[in-house]
Write a protein that binds this ligand. Structure first.
Ligand SMILES: Cc1ncc(COP(=O)(O)O)c(C=O)c1O
Length: 458
């Protein structure tokens, strides 16, 4: 299994040829995700037993049965949820990272990889206006990053409060985080995992403001239990950026940790046309952006940056006799110290490679393309009397309704579009109503496709 024999040679040729063909797809076809498990069983059954199989046979099963049963998130026709559009450079370099088995835990093991990753984190931190001392690590996604950041926030609050703080029942205090009604589901999960409660800020027009946060705090009986305030810089459903400057000021006054979830929209920091909407992000204690979303990196990659990484390190660092050696070096930037992980792949490197190859300006242009497409799609919707724009687009998201449609009609329309391989565009809900939603991200999604999709709603 570990030597380079004839089977390995054949496998290298076949797998690389497959990867080459996949990389050369332009555009990437949509394919279909859902399959009858019995059908998949019939195709895959019997492969996992004691006996070996020729690699080409197994690769053939992957190519004929597995791959086509996965909707390609990197297709320009994938317009649901938050899509992906990794650059070819980043995909290629992801293969290099995998082949090199880079263990990205510690400076001792992987100084080169970590230094390159940290340069990417620095680039993002600069765009956010965070201080030179800021830093962090790459984790698997926004969910992991939000959890890691709020673990630190809760710990900081506990330390400030001291050991004597107990609740009215005599138990340990239950900490809270101020969140908005639009906060991502991963934050809700994080709070449950951390045994924290939300202080939900009901923000007018789905955008949390400093004033709304202030009002919620004034109306609250126990503001000192608020350990963190979570703002979103680009809500998933509508692309709305909270009032970061106002929220930062109220958080500071309250003495709470200010976390900005930019998993989706944080990449907009690279787009001059909307940079002003992020003003205030420079005050964040922690900030998350997912390069596997709008910074065109492969899955799975989230950048987690702390204003004061030393605090995060004091919370996340793992100590054990066999780990002493990674903590005793002269530099000691260990990505493992900044989130709840130990072993990690150097998942920031594909982004590093692609940024270096293409230059940051190409990223700016690609992000602006999606923003421009959202505006043009909104204009197009405005010209059609059977459609109604729900709100001006935020980032690359456009919410709109087909006048007179019931939820089942949206589902039928979306199913047909997927079946006919036109687009993947599942409906969403807005204020309790089923509506349609474009999520633009891929720079090759065309206005012709947008018009075709809208025509099919007549
Ligand atoms: C605002 C926001 N936060 C967090 C997440 C979770 O990120 P991930 O899916 O990478 O865990 C998402 C995902 O869409 C998101 O849009």
């Amino acid at each position: 299994m570990h030597s380079v024999d004839a089977t390995t040679e054949q496998m290298i040729r076949s797998v690389l040829a497959y990867a080459e063909n996949r990389l050369r797809l332009d555009p990437v076809p949509l394919d279909e995700g859902s399959r009858d498990p019995a059908e998949l069983d019939a195709a895959l059954g019997g492969l996992l037993g004691d006996q070996p199989h020729p690699p080409d046979q197994v690769l053939g099963v992957y190519a004929s049965a597995v791959a086509p049963a996965v909707i390609s998130a990197d297709s320009p026709r994938f317009l649901g949820f938050i899509p992906a559009a990794p650059t070819k450079a980043s995909l290629l370099f992801d293969m290099v990272i995998s082949c090199a088995s880079i263990q990205g835990i510690s400076w001792l093991e992987a100084a080169g990889a970590i230094h390159a990753e940290n340069q990417v984190l620095r680039l993002i931190a600069d765009r956010a206006g965070l201080p030179q001392s800021a830093g962090g690590c790459f984790v698997s996604g926004g969910s992991a990053a939000n959890l890691s950041a709020l673990v630190v926030a809760r710990e900081v609050a506990k330390r400030k409060a001291g050991p004597a703080v107990v609740d009215s029942t005599g138990g340990g205090r239950r900490w809270r985080a101020a969140v908005s009604t639009e906060t991502h589901s991963s934050i809700v999960n994080t709070l449950r995992i951390l045994e924290m409660d939300p202080l939900t800020v009901h923000a007018a027009d789905h955008r949390m403001t400093g004033a709304a946060l202030q009002a919620a705090i004034e109306a609250d009986g126990d503001p000192s239990s608020v350990a963190a305030v979570v703002a979103t810089s680009g809500t998933t459903n509508a692309g709305i950026i909270d009032d970061l400057a106002g929220i930062a000021a109220v958080s500071r006054e309250l003495g709470a940790w200010f976390h900005v979830d930019g998993a989706y929209g944080g990449a907009g920091l690279f787009a001059p046309s909307i940079r002003h909407a992020y003003d205030g992000i420079e005050h964040a204690d922690s900030f998350v952006v997912d390069p596997h979303k709008w910074l065109f990196a492969p899955f799975d990659c989230a950048a987690l940056i702390y204003r004061d990484p030393a605090v995060a390190r004091s919370v996340h660092r793992q100590d054990a006799s066999y780990l002493d050696v990674i903590h005793s070096g002269p530099v000691g930037w260990n990505p493992t110290d900044y989130a709840y992980h130990l072993t990690r792949r150097a998942r920031g490197l594909p982004l590093w490679f692609s940024l270096a190859v293409h230059g940051v300006r190409a990223y700016t242009e690609a992000i602006e393309t999606a923003i421009g497409l959202a505006r043009r799609a909104a204009d197009e919707i405005g010209t059609r009397d059977y459609l109604e724009l729900i709100r001006e687009p935020g980032l690359g998201v456009v919410l709109f309704r087909r006048r007179g449609w019931a939820p089942a009609q949206y589902t039928e329309w979306a199913d047909r579009l997927l079946h006919d391989q036109v687009a993947f565009i599942p409906p969403t809900a807005w204020e309790g109503e089923t509506v349609a939603r474009f999520a633009f991200l891929h720079p090759h999604t065309s206005m012709d496709l947008v018009r075709e999709i809208l025509d099919l709603m007549r």
